[in-house]
Design a protein around this ligand. Structure first.
Ligand code: DGP
Length: 139
């Protein structure tokens, strides 16, 4: 199933990224892969061929959006020279996504990576937190 999804992606768009996606994704679809594939509904803020942004199911701020790559990357440790193009595209859109979610006065971008950081979903995601004054803390 997962590979079928890869093939669809492969036919339509950037070959190099699609091949990398296929290579990385020989595993059962994770929950965010399913959301990216539209198999699980989400409250979308933005979508293009590389990424999806949607509201977090348990918001930690008035506005809490997750930005994920459509290709499966486990976390920040999984970012490589090959897939960094997608990550750059995600950051290039971050401001527009925040604005589309209604954030007007600044926001925080966080990515939890691994056990000590309490990463709970093993598919790279950037939390955009805003819509209110955020507490001063570690990040
Ligand atoms: P982290 O702890 O950094 O791995 O964050 C994972 C976030 O994902 C957490 O804030 C809750 C959110 N989340 C988990 N499952 C779902 C889901 O099915 N839908 C949505 N919208 N968010 C989810």
């Amino acid at each position: 199933q997962c590979l079928q999804y890869n093939k669809r992606y492969c036919r339509s768009q950037n070959k190099r990224i699609a091949l990398h996606y296929g290579k990385e994704h020989k595993m059962e679809k994770c929950i965010f892969c399913k959301i990216a594939a539209g198999e699980i509904p989400s409250n979308k803020v933005y979508e293009d061929e590389y990424m999806l942004a949607f509201h977090d199911i348990s918001p930690m701020a008035k506005v809490h959006v997750l930005v994920i790559p459509k290709m499966h990357i486990a976390n920040v440790d999984g970012i490589t020279e090959e897939n960094s193009e997608v990550i750059a595209k995600m950051f290039a859109k971050m401001g527009d996504i925040a604005k589309a979610a209604g954030i007007t006065n600044g926001y925080r971008v966080i990515s939890n990576c691994g056990s000590d950081a309490k990463q709970s979903v093993m598919h790279l995601h950037f939390h955009i937190l805003g819509g209110q004054e955020l507490p001063e803390k570690m990040a």
